[in-house]
Design a protein around this ligand. Structure first.
Ligand code: F6R
Length: 241
């Protein structure tokens, strides 16, 4: 694993965006796997600046990790809206080239199968990942077993509590999500895992240095041959670098 530590999330975001730029400019049909959440905002801000300075993204396909069950794409807290606000609308990407699970599909099992097919048809060149304080990647939550393909997951009380900061009423926080599975994540040619802040220091240590365990799903990334971990000083604090 290549571990890079930056002074600020915004410096780290520029580094991550330049890694994405390399993938985007070195392939005719690049496929980027995307995440949502606070961590990836500096990455998307930097990428938007690159596009404003001439980076062409018209040939890029994106595949997001997850979406809440029960939130329609136009719901303000949906991941569809997050992506639109922080990236898609700002870089003018063709919406047909962007993919997210549909959290209001009438048949969720069929939706998971459809999403697996999307991933099969578009092998991911670079997967962007954040990490939950409980070690989740996508919404692959700590469990006795990890699931390979796209699935519906019951979010843990810890994740629901963390997500509550984005909702005005606690009872509106979704209890379930559709997430890409662990195998689909591991099949990406390259992976970048980002984490910022003191509150991520413990889980970054456990994910990178403490063996591979299903109750720390991100630790499985130790098996992938091309992972770059992008941290700030606070999240790297326990690594003893
Ligand atoms: C969201 C996702 C999650 C987040 C993680 C960190 O698409 O896949 O795994 O990356 O929960 O969230 P933040 O960045 O808000 O701390």
């Amino acid at each position: 694993m290549n571990i890079r530590v930056f002074r600020t999330p915004s410096d780290a975001g520029i580094y991550a965006a330049s890694m994405l730029e390399r993938v985007i400019t070195s392939s005719e049909r690049p496929v980027i796997g995307l995440a949502t959440g606070e961590t990836v905002i500096p990455v998307y801000d930097a990428l938007v600046n690159f596009v404003r300075c001439g980076l062409n993204v018209s040939h890029v396909t994106t595949i997001n990790l997850d979406e809440y069950v029960g939130l329609a794409p136009d719901h303000p807290q949906s991941y569809h809206q997050f992506m639109d606000e922080h990236l898609f609308s700002r870089i003018g990407i063709r919406m047909q080239s962007t993919h997210l699970p549909n959290g209001v599909a009438p048949d969720l099992a069929a939706e998971c199968e459809r999403y697996n097919e999307v991933i099969r048809n578009h092998p991911i060149d670079m997967q962007v990942l954040g990490i939950g304080v409980n070690g989740h990647i996508g919404f692959n939550e700590p469990s006795h077993a990890l699931i390979t393909g796209t699935h519906v997951v019951n979010l843990t009380p810890e994740t629901i509590a963390m997500n509550a900061r984005f909702f005005s009423r606690k009872e509106d926080v979704p209890r379930q999500a559709i997430t890409m599975g662990i195998q689909s994540i591991l099949q990406a040619k390259q992976i970048m895992l980002l984490a910022f802040g003191e509150h991520k220091a413990d889980i970054i240590y456990r994910a990178l240095k403490d063996g591979i365990r299903t109750d720390v799903p991100a630790s499985i990334l130790q098996l992938h041959k091309d992972v770059t971990v992008i941290l700030d000083r606070q999240s790297a604090a326990r690594l003893g670098l």
